[in-house]
Design a protein around this ligand. Structure first.
Ligand code: SAM
Ligand code: SF4
Length: 448
């Protein structure tokens, strides 16, 4: 039996792709090991969204450059697709380069490697197929990912994804519902629907469901108590999605809706396909919902040409929306993207200054927002136990971390190592009274 090691970089789509790759490898008779040293086959599932992410894989490969110790190296994912055969020049000890649109061909590629082929590639983006495999190996015992749409048809001027993940391909609604039902039967109670733009979903089967319909139906699968989805694109974010959340309690009241900038001038330069006003219309729908919906976002600072006034507009938008959480990034120049040619690139120190301001501004907003939960009772899915603090780690429907004390549970862990162990509470839904709040989490006491 051959052994393999896999390390994953980047987003949830990559994490889930790795789960499917692991399932495929195990099905082919390979055994997973926990270190590259112990493995015959070493896989890196890579991210190229920002330059820093891309550099990580080359650092990893460098470690084995002089002495590959008889191992076979494979580069998967976005860097593989972006750099293609150039990877063989940069790192001659790599034998396989495969982008996500070609994962369907992994079993054949493994056969070629075993037959002694030194260079195997899967780089075609010319596919209508998604990577559907029944052999997925899932990491989280309670929450399972389901990819509903792969690729991206938008062309944001800063972004590599359309080049690395190819055009949009949606799965049939029947296959998504069947997978959700199968996961429920296996004991999963939470589903996270995945796609670069989940809400651009278009059912290719005659049923013709849109995203709001699919979301609602997944939430009606027996045994599924929570449904999340990420990421949504503001342009395709329609009111029926909010109506579905309002009417179906299984749909979590959390929407991740990346805005990128608060300045319409910048949004235009980024080719985001919406104005600040159109974005704020979506926020108004969410704020008017019957259930309080947590809203989170992504921000890019220092896009070429971003003036102090544009940057101020972003800070003003953060104040107006009052996000529950924000991922902020310094603009990173990416190969092939239209923004590469733009003049007026912002100096690195200035980007760093703006990033620090955004992060502090948002931290203050989160402190205020989270304080409003003190005294409330929130339902949590128990995801872990922190032995150091004696607290259970819960997750609310709004995706907030709520650490809490349970009268008896700490004792169940006396003498155990690690941050989580097997116990009656893990995977359960419990009510917790919030007693304290911080910028990034809540704390409380078990309330039933
Ligand atoms: N499809 C999603 C959307 O349009 O909102 C985003 C997907 S992307 C994988 C995740 C985030 O990375 C983006 O929302 C953006 O904030 C950030 N990002 C993408 N390209 C970037 C770049 N060149 N520099 C900095 N951040 C970038
Ligand atoms: Fe990238 Fe824009 Fe597509 Fe999101 S919508 S993946 S940011 S091109």
């Amino acid at each position: 039996m051959k052994t393999f090691y896999i390390e994953t970089f980047g987003c949830q789509m990559n994490a889930h792709d790795s789960e499917k790759v692991i399932g495929t490898l195990v099905d082919q008779g390979y055994q997973q090991v926990l270190t590259p040293e112990a493995a015959e086959l070493v896989f890196y599932n890579t991210c190229s969204i920002r330059d820093k992410a891309e550099q990580k894989v080359f650092h990893r490969l460098d470690q084995f450059k002089r002495d590959a110790k008889g191992k076979t190296f494979a580069v998967l994912g976005c860097v593989a697709q972006q750099e293609g055969e150039k990877i063989f020049e940069k790192a001659p000890h790599v034998s396989m380069v495969c982008g996500s649109a070609s994962y369907n061909q992994l079993p054949q590629m493994l056969v070629q490697l075993e037959a002694g082929n030194r260079r195997v590639t899967g780089l075609s983006l010319d596919t209508d197929e998604t990577f559907d495999t029944p052999m997925t190996r899932r990491d989280n015992p309670h929450r399972a990912y389901i990819t509903i749409i792969e690729g991206c048809d938008k062309k944001c001027s800063y972004c590599v994804v359309p080049f690395t993940r190819g055009p949009e391909r949606s799965r049939t609604s029947a296959s998504v519902i069947a997978e959700a039902a199968q996961l429920a039967a296996m004991g999963y109670s939470e589903i996270q629907l995945l796609g670069q733009n989940v809400n651009s979903y278009r059912d290719p089967s005659p049923a013709g469901w849109d995203f709001a319909k699919l979301l609602d139906e997944v939430g009606r699968v027996a045994g599924i108590r929570r449904v999340r989805f990420t990421t949504s694109h503001p342009r395709d974010f329609v009111k029926p999605i909010i109506d579905a959340i309002d009417s179906n309690p299984s749909l979590c009241n959390h929407v991740h809706l990346p805005v990128q900038s608060g300045s319409t001038r910048m949004l235009d330069a980024m080719q985001r396909l919406y104005t600040r006003e159109e974005y704020m219309q979506r926020i108004a729908w969410m704020k008017a919902a019957r259930r309080p919906i947590a809203i989170t976002s992504d921000i890019i600072v220092g896009f070429p040409g971003e003036t102090e006034a544009d940057f101020e507009a972003t800070l003003g938008l953060l104040t107006e929306v009052e996000y529950d959480s924000v991922f902020a990034f310094k603009y990173s120049r990416r190969p092939n993207t239209p923004a590469l040619a733009l003049e007026d690139q912002i100096p690195e120190e200035e980007k760093a200054r703006r990033l620090a301001i955004v992060q502090e501004h948002q931290r203050q907003i989160q402190i205020r927002r989270n304080a409003a939960y003190v005294g409330a009772i929130e339902e949590c899915l128990v995801e872990g136990f922190n032995k150091a603090t004696g607290q259970w780690i819960g997750r609310t429907s709004q995706y907030k971390t709520l650490n809490f004390l349970h009268p008896a549970a700490g004792e169940a862990f006396a003498g155990q190592s690690g941050s989580a162990g097997k116990s009656g509470l893990l995977g359960q839904y419990v009510d917790v009274r919030v007693t304290r709040s911080g910028a990034n989490s809540l704390a409380g006491e078990y309330a039933g």
